[in-house]
Design a protein around this ligand. Structure first.
Ligand SMILES: [Zn+2]
Length: 136
């Protein structure tokens, strides 16, 4: 029957239309823009994942009520001299008030710990956050 055939084609095209959209876009690209750069990943909005990343990277644990202090893994630290904090540019940074008396960002810490290059450090951290592509 000509009428029935027309109806079938219409249904198929609707199905194709629906499938051709949403499932092709991975969720992570909806949340994190494709143009994300390694600098963007230092933003304070990644504070909690960054803290978790650095805890596992350096095998430390942030303690106390503010949960921003830890024993520094780079010197013999009897006090909790190591800090995670957000600077005036809303970037996450790390500081040792003890013997190191130094300041780092997350990539500095990866390079220091893993003895890898800056590009490798970027890839490691981005992968941890579930981001495959970094903008140049
Ligand atoms: Zn230190």
């Amino acid at each position: 029957m000509p009428g029935q055939k027309k109806q079938t084609i219409k249904e198929r095209s609707i199905t194709f239309f629906n499938l051709s959209f949403l499932p092709l876009i991975p969720n992570k690209y909806l949340e994190y823009s494709m143009s994300v750069s390694c600098k963007d990943l230092k933003s304070k909005k990644y504070f909690e994942p960054t803290k978790g990343f650095v805890e596992s990277l350096l095998n430390i644990e942030f303690i106390d009520s503010c949960s921003n202090r830890a024993h520094c893994p780079f010197h013999e630290d009897r006090r909790d001299s190591f800090r995670i904090y957000v600077d005036g540019k809303d970037e996450i940074r790390f500081h040792c008030f003890g013997a190191c008396n130094r300041d780092w960002d997350v990539y500095d810490l990866v390079m220091l710990k893993e003895k890898c290059s800056f590009p490798d450090a970027q890839v490691r951290f981005a992968k941890f956050l579930g981001i495959d592509i970094l903008a140049r």
